[in-house]
Design a binder for this molecule. Structure first.
Ligand code: ZN
Ligand code: ZN
Length: 349
């Protein structure tokens, strides 16, 4: 089968690999329909994910069809359409039982697929802990609508959840890229007063204006002034930082009103500084980290009910056989690209 494989820094190649086999009685084998490219894949490409294992197939967000299941898999049947979760998790350890699946203590727990074991930018993928790692897609949800449920929409959904957004809150999302937009869409589910979203890119703000006019778009340099003028408490009640730069990190705590919650979900290339003397007395609560991807079922239900739709973020689709061109476009941010899907059925081959 065709697989897009990590060989080393700046070295991903399309290669032929054997179709994977079940290795454990809790595994399932999935025939991949669509797979997405994520910024984390670019981090692997650029050599900034030390735990990524050379030789693995990349890709950690996909939809497909179950073609084989191990004897202990209880929740799945062959032939079902499923969303594949970015994280695999045992569902039984101390962390899993509390929903903190990113820190599952199993050796295959957390972000394994497409990082430490073969992932989904291939025709088939073996998924460990299939009962928790795969979620059946409701019949009225199309593959393209379900594609982002496993990673990026899960991240936005989790960000809105840990931010403890209440009714009537003013929410600020920093970064109008795919993660920021998914956070914004999830924030709307909590009945806020307003959701502001900022970016330094005019093109990305235009994208939001066009597709999600319910959000208030603002250029990053104008955020503080706008929130002071428009928000009852002169700042955001909840901030979700999804941009990942030094300036956006600073803006996150500056734009927050006293006693706000600031959720930092972005990945940074360098350590950031918290200037505690400058924020003394502001009494902020910071939350940090990477998604606990345990809400796929709820996300797919919300998609089915028409309450959550991120499919407009998928601006481009390429056949898997053109993965290098797809990556090049995604990394370049040309042509209004937001998210790129890879069609792994090889119809376009
Ligand atoms: Zn990702
Ligand atoms: Zn666990």
């Amino acid at each position: 089968m065709l697989s897009y494989t990590y060989f080393g820094e700046k070295d991903f190649r399309l290669v032929d690999k054997p179709v994977p086999k079940l290795e454990c009685d809790t595994d399932a084998l999935v025939k991949v329909t669509l797979s997405s490219i994520c910024t984390s894949d670019l981090h692997i490409f650029n050599g900034s994910v030390p735990r990524a294992v050379r030789g693995i197939t990349v890709g950690h967000e996909a939809v497909g069809e179950v073609v084989a299941i191990g004897e202990k898999v209880k929740n799945l049947k062959i032939g079902q359409r499923v969303s594949v979760n970015v994280e695999t998790f045992c569902g039984e350890c101390w962390y899993c039982r509390r929903g903190y699946v990113n820190n599952c203590v199993s050796p295959l727990g957390g972000w394994a697929l497409g990082c430490r074991i073969d992932g989904m930018q291939a025709e088939y993928v073996r998924v460990p802990f299939a009962d928790t790692g795969l979620t059946v897609i409701p019949p009225d949800v199309k593959d393209i609508q379900a594609l982002l449920a496993g990673d990026i929409l899960a991240t936005g959904f989790w960000a809105a959840k840990i931010s403890e957004i209440g009714e009537g809150d003013d929410v600020l999302v920093i970064g109008a890229g795919p993660t920021g937009i998914c956070s914004m869409l999830s924030a709307f589910l909590k009945n806020p007063r307003r959701v502001y979203i900022c970016d330094v890119s005019e093109e990305r703000l235009e994208f939001v204006k066009k597709h999600y006019p319910e959000a208030v778009t603002v250029r990053s340099e104008e955020v503080l002034e706008k929130l002071r003028a428009e928000c009852p408490r002169k700042g955001a009640d909840r901030v979700i930082e999804a941009a990942g730069t030094e300036a956006s990190f600073r803006l996150a705590w500056e734009a927050a009103r006293p006693n706000a919650v600031v959720s930092v979900i972005a990945m940074y290339d360098a350590p950031q500084i918290l200037p505690l003397p400058d924020m003394y007395g502001k009494n902020l609560t910071f939350k940090t980290g990477g998604v606990d991807g345990a809400d796929a079922k709820e996300i797919l239900t919300l998609i089915s009910e028409g309450k959550l739709d991120a499919s407009r973020l998928i601006t481009h689709t390429f056949p898997l056989s053109e993965a290098p061109a797809a990556y090049e476009l995604f990394a370049s941010r040309r042509d209004g690209v937001m998210k790129v899907a890879l069609d792994c059925t090889l119809k376009g081959r």
